[in-house]
Ligand binder design. Structure first.
Ligand SMILES: Nc1nc2c(c(=O)[nH]1)N[C@H]1C(S)=C(S)[C@@H](COP(=O)(O)O)O[C@H]1N2
Ligand SMILES: [Mo]
Length: 448
C-alpha cells in the first residue's frame, strides 16, 4: 500500500491537483450561490421596461451632462490651469453656472434612483458574470453607477456642509466626474439601438418591436416582459407612465425645495416677484443668514481672526509687494484712496448666491503702486490672509485684475465689513467662485 504522500507524482503535479481542486470548489460554491441569488422574474412590476428606462435615461443624460459641463466650468475658474485666464464676466456668470450645477445634480438624484429601480432585474440576468465581453459590459455599467452615485452623494454632502468624507473634495469630485461622463458615453453608445427603438414611433406592441424583443430575449433569456399587459393582466404595480410621473415629481420637488438660495438676497427682485419660491425652498437655508444679510461659511472665530478692535486696527497694515516696490497701507490710508462701489454676488460652490453692494479700492490701483504705475505685464496677484484654512489665500489673473469692479472691499452695503465678512478688507470680483473671494486680506504679492 502506498501512502498518498505529497511526494507522489512530484511537486508540480501536487500543485496542479490542488489548483484543480480549489477551482472546482470555487466553481461549485459559485454555482450554488448563483442558484440562490434573485432572478429577474422576481421583479414583477409592470412599470419596468425599456419604454420607461429609455425616457428616464434621456432625462438623466441631460441633467448629468448639464451638471458635468457646469462642474467643469466651476473647476476651471476655481483651479485654473496655466493656459487659462479666468474671464471677469459676466459678473453673475459663476453664480448662475454654479446654481445650475447644484440644481441639476440634486434633480438627478430622484431620476437616478428611479432609473436604477427600472433596471434592477437586469442585475440578476444569468449568467451573472459570463464571458469576458459580458464582464466588460457589466463592468462598465458598474463604473457608471458607482461613479454617478459617488458624485451625487459627495456633492450633496458638500452642499449640506457635512464633510464626512475624509478627502479634499474638489480634486476627487472632479476626477470621478470624468470617470462618470466617460462611462456614460460608453453606456449610451452601447445602448443606442435599444434607446432608439424604445423612443421611436413604433409602439412596444407593434410587430417589429416584438420581433426585436424576441431577438433581445434570445441574447438575454431572462429579459423582463416588455409590453404593458392588457387591463386585468397579472402583473402588479404602477404603470410605466405613473412611474415616469413619479420620477419627474421627485426631481421637481427636490428642485423646488432647494432652488430658493440660487436667487440671491431677500431683496432680489426675482424673489420679490416670486416670494412663494423662498418659502417653498425649505432646504435652502443659506439665503440671507449671517450678518449684513449675507451668509457666512467660515466665521472670523473659525479662521482665528476674531477680536479685532480699535488698537489692533491702528497697528494693522496691508502689505503690497511687487516687482517695482513695496507699500504698507494703514486702515486710514486705505479709506483715503479713490473708492469705487459695485454690485456683485458672493456665489458659493454650494450653489447659493447673494448679491451685495461693495465699496472699496480697485485692486489694480494697489497693484499699480508696486508695478511702476500700471498693471502692464502683471501675470498674477496673490492675496493672502492670516486664515490658515484652504481658502485663506487666492490668485487673481490678468482678466479679473483689469476689471474695474475687482475690489479690495472695505464696505458692504454701506457699512464697514463685519468681522465674519472679512474685516478690515476682502477681495470681491465679478464672475469669481465664492471660495476665491478671500476675506481678511493682509498681504498682496504682484508677479510679472
Ligand atoms: N480667508 C478666507 N476667505 C474666504 C473663505 C475662507 O475660508 N477664508 N471662504 C470663502 C468662501 S468658501 C465663500 S463662499 C465666501 C463667503 O463669503 P461671506 O462669508 O462673506 O459670505 O468667502 C470666501 N472667503
Ligand atoms: Mo464657498
Amino acid at each position: 500500500m502506498t501512502a498518498p504522500g505529497p511526494g507522489r507524482g512530484g511537486f508540480p503535479q501536487a500543485v496542479l491537483r490542488t489548483a484543480r481542486a480549489v477551482t472546482a470548489r470555487v466553481h461549485g460554491d459559485w454555482r450554488r450561490l448563483e442558484a440562490r441569488l434573485p432572478r429577474p422574474e422576481w421583479y414583477p412590476s409592470r412599470g419596468r421596461g425599456t419604454w420607461l428606462t429609455a425616457r428616464l435615461g434621456v432625462a438623466l443624460g441631460v441633467s448629468l451632462t448639464v451638471c458635468f459641463l457646469t462642474g467643469l466650468f466651476s473647476h476651471l475658474l476655481q483651479h485654473p490651469p496655466v493656459w487659462f485666464d479666468p474671464p471677469a464676466g459676466p459678473r453673475w456668470g459663476y453664480a448662475v453656472s454654479q446654481g445650475v450645477h447644484v440644481t441639476s445634480g440634486i434633480a438627478s438624484i430622484p431620476l437616478l434612483a428611479t432609473k436604477l429601480w427600472s433596471v434592477a432585474p437586469r442585475l440578476w440576468h444569468r449568467p451573472l458574470l459570463g464571458g469576458p465581453l459580458r464582464m466588460i459590459e457589466r463592468g462598465s455599467v458598474l463604473v457608471l453607477v458607482a461613479a454617478s452615485l459617488f458624485e451625487l452623494l459627495t456633492g450633496l454632502l458638500n452642499v449640506a456642509e457635512w464633510y464626512v468624507f475624509g478627502f479634499f473634495f474638489p480634486p476627487v469630485h472632479h476626477a470621478v466626474a470624468w470617470l462618470a461622463i466617460g462611462a456614460l458615453v460608453v453606456h449610451v453608445a452601447v445602448q443606442l439601438p435599444v434607446i432608439r427603438r424604445a423612443l421611436g414611433p413604433a409602439t412596444d406592441d407593434s410587430p417589429a418591436t416584438v420581433t426585436e424583443q424576441r431577438a433581445e430575449q434570445e441574447q438575454e433569456p431572462k429579459q423582463e416582459q416588455e409590453p404593458e399587459p392588457a387591463v386585468g393582466g397579472a402583473s402588479r404595480g404602477l404603470s410605466r407612465r405613473a412611474v415616469l410621473a413619479l420620477a419627474a415629481g421627485g426631481a421637481g420637488t427636490a428642485t423646488l425645495a432647494t432652488v430658493g438660495d440660487k436667487f440671491g438676497a431677500p431683496g432680489n427682485p426675482m424673489l420679490q416677484r416670486v416670494p412663494a419660491l423662498r418659502s417653498a425652498s425649505v432646504f435652502s437655508q443659506r439665503s440671507g443668514r449671517g450678518p449684513q444679510s449675507l451668509p457666512v461659511n467660515r466665521t472670523a472665530a473659525a479662521a482665528g481672526v476674531a477680536d479685532r478692535d480699535r488698537e489692533w486696527l491702528d497697528r494693522w497694515r496691508l502689505g503690497v509687494d511687487g516687482p517695482a516696490g513695496a507699500a504698507e497701507i494703514s486702515w486710514a490710508q486705505s479709506r483715503a484712496l479713490p473708492l469705487r462701489t459695485a454690485r456683485l454676488p458672493i456665489a458659493c460652490v454650494e450653489g447659493w448666491s447673494v448679491g451685495a453692494t461693495w465699496t472699496g479700492v480697485r485692486l489694480a490701483e494697489l497693484v499699480a503702486m508696486v508695478n511702476g504705475g500700471s498693471i502692464a505685464g502683471v501675470r498674477r496677484v496673490d492675496v493672502r490672509s492670516a486664515d490658515p484654512g484652504p481658502y485663506g489665500a487666492s490668485t487673481v489673473g490678468p482678466a479679473v485684475l483689469r476689471h474695474p469692479d475687482t475690489l479690495l472691499a472695505l464696505m458692504l452695503n454701506g457699512e464697514a465689513l463685519d468681522g465674519d465678512h472679512g474685516f478690515p478688507v476682502r477681495l470681491i470680483a465679478p464672475n469669481r467662485p465664492g471660495a476665491l473671494q478671500t476675506k481678511w486680506i493682509d498681504q498682496i504679492t504682484v508677479s510679472r
